[in-house]
Design a protein around this ligand. Structure first.
Ligand code: ATP
Length: 236
């Protein structure tokens, strides 16, 4: 297992956002986390990347206990997060943003090669390499956030709402690119409001409800699960 979460609790002050969740992500998988607003999806991602402390439970990465590891050490260990709301540096150019994503790396030639790879995945970013990040369209900023997350050469990439605010055409494209990233050897855990796309593209998925996992299974099984269809796919 690349990632194992065991009985994880996370609190915000006195509010408990996660109630003993357990999940696993195997190397090479695409795993989706779906759930309603406020279910705890982003909190789970923050706990994995180290932006939020666990109040109980364990997080193992490649068999090592990282529960108490600092966020920047987790990046070095191979966990990279493309945050919800993009979180790019608006005053920096596309190229500078990508360079920032590789700040933990010293191998300049390989970093340049990876920049090239990001431009191949996202030709639109290549055309705009000198443009400030803040002047990109919403969809382009989303591409840049994913591209920047790739620049640390992660073993595990955490994607929070990759399809948020994108036109349907672009949503399909982003998911195609996610599949391609996996083909190139990166494991993916993603949070999605767009349950239809997420379940049809993911190997496995978990359903989160008010801080607890209520269902899990293959993407294709969950797609035809009546309870999931009713609650998350808008079909009764
Ligand atoms: P969405 O789909 O709306 O982004 P989510 O599933 O990602 O939702 P979280 O953002 O993880 O949900 O929030 C889980 C719960 O924790 C919610 O009840 C939320 O109000 C609460 N919460 C999140 N961040 C904080 C915070 N900084 N302080 C207090 N409560 C918080």
């Amino acid at each position: 297992m690349l990632l194992e979460i065991e009985d994880l609790n996370v609190h915000y002050g006195r509010i408990q956002a996660l109630h003993g969740i357990s999940l696993t992500v195997d190397e090479g998988e695409i795993v989706a986390l779906i759930g309603a607003n406020g279910a705890g999806k982003s909190t789970t991602m923050r706990a994995i990347s180290g932006l939020r402390r666990a109040s109980a439970g364990r997080i193992l990465f490649g068999g090592d206990d990282i529960t108490r590891m600092r966020a920047d050490r987790r990046v070095v260990a191979g966990i990279s997060q493309a945050p919800e709301g993009r979180g790019i540096f608006p005053g920096m150019t596309v190229l500078e943003n990508l360079t920032m994503g590789a700040y933990t790396r010293k191998d300049k030639a390989a970093v340049a090669a990876d920049q090239q790879r990001v431009f191949e995945l996202f030709p639109r970013l290549a055309e705009r390499r000198k443009q400030p990040g803040g002047t990109l369209s919403g969809g382009e900023q989303q591409m840049l956030a994913i591209g920047r997350a790739l620049m640390s050469r992660p073993k595990l990439m955490l994607l929070d709402e990759p399809s948020m605010g994108l036109a349907p055409m672009l949503i399909r494209q982003i998911f195609d690119i996610i599949l391609e990233i996996r083909e190139q050897g990166t494991t993916i855990l993603l949070v999605e409001q767009n349950a239809q796309q997420a379940l049809s593209r993911a190997d496995r998925a978990y359903v989160l409800e008010t801080g607890a996992i209520t269902r899990s299974g293959s993407g294709s099984d969950l797609l035809v699960d009546p309870a999931v269809r009713d609650a998350y796919l808008g079909v009764a």
